[in-house]
Design a binder for this molecule. Structure first.
Ligand SMILES: [Zn+2]
Length: 288
């Protein structure tokens, strides 16, 4: 009897210690990951040098206005300085995936910077500013426009994708904004819906892989209408095509529990306040 107790006690003690360690680790992980940190995805389009702007037209803010999706260089500079001054963590969409998979946690509120369409000004104006700040960014390109007048060519896109900062880290991801930016008709009106979507998703993916050497895993839905938005069949096709996530346009923040196939973002337009009012947007979202 004594002998049995002598064996059992240390075993129970050991189990107790192990359980305590496991539980503590588990709790501290949950605390790290069930983060109260906020994330906002910014969506930029074109940029323009201040001295090239027609100021009267720039003030127009309605749909169809020539500069609606354009940010002046000075505005963009102010936005980036603000992000730096407020000490936001600038993360990539791949980082967000890591956060969702609990492989990374945030130490402070974060911003994800994205650009749509692949306009040439993103290379000429945004790229140097982002490099200077050491900010990560995602460029969603319309692959059949690459190299056209006013758009970045594969050479520029490669240069950004291959760029490494002083810590030898890549900062820029080239991702898909579909092949032709085709606004698809409603699903029920189009028998070829599936075929057309697959063409858009896969052609852009293959081209980026061929030209950049890396398979794009994120998709930004083209058009403010966000074709396919939240549509289960559409999301299934994106998944089948190997996409890890979809960025949309719905003026909401994201967090660890957001659906990565329905990530909302905030468009930063010509009339958007300078610097970009991130705190206001966090608050607006919080109050909803
Ligand atoms: Zn677009």
């Amino acid at each position: 009897m004594k002998r049995t107790l002598l064996i059992i006690f240390p075993v129970i003690l050991l189990m107790g210690v192990l359980l305590t360690i496991f539980t503590e680790k588990h709790i501290s992980s949950d605390k790290d990951y069930a983060s109260d940190k906020k994330i906002i995805i910014l969506m930029y389009h074109n940029l323009i040098k201040d001295n090239e702007v027609d100021e009267d037209k720039f003030k127009l803010g309605y749909e169809g206005a020539p500069y609606l999706y354009t940010r002046k260089e000075s505005q963009f500079l102010n936005d980036m300085k603000h992000i730096k001054n407020q000490n936001y963590q600038v993360i990539s969409l791949y980082d967000f995936l890591e956060i969702k998979n609990k492989k990374m946690s945030l130490s402070r509120d974060a911003v994800i910077i994205t650009f749509d369409d692949g306009g040439r000004s993103q290379y000429d104006i945004a790229f140097p500013i982002l490099k200077k700040h050491g900010f990560k960014a995602t460029f969603f390109v319309i692959t059949n426009r690459s190299g056209e007048d006013g758009f970045m060519g594969w050479e520029e896109l490669r240069e950004m994708a291959e760029y490494k900062d002083e810590n030898n880290k890549s900062l820029f991801d080239i991702e898909s904004h579909s092949h032709t930016h085709l606004p698809l008709p409603p699903k029920d009106e189009m028998g070829k819906w599936k075929e057309a979507v697959l063409f858009e998703l896969q052609t852009s993916q293959n081209l980026i892989k061929k030209e950049i050497g890396k398979i794009p895993r994120f998709l930004a839905l083209p058009g403010a209408g966000n074709w396919g938005r939240g549509d289960e069949d559409f999301i299934e096709l994106a998944k089948e095509s190997g996409y890890f996530g979809i960025r949309m346009w719905l003026r909401k923040t994201v967090n660890i529990s957001s659906d990565i196939y329905q990530m909302s973002s905030y468009p930063v337009l010509n009339k958007t306040a300078v610097p970009v009012p991130i705190e206001e947007w966090f608050k607006e979202n919080h109050e909803k």
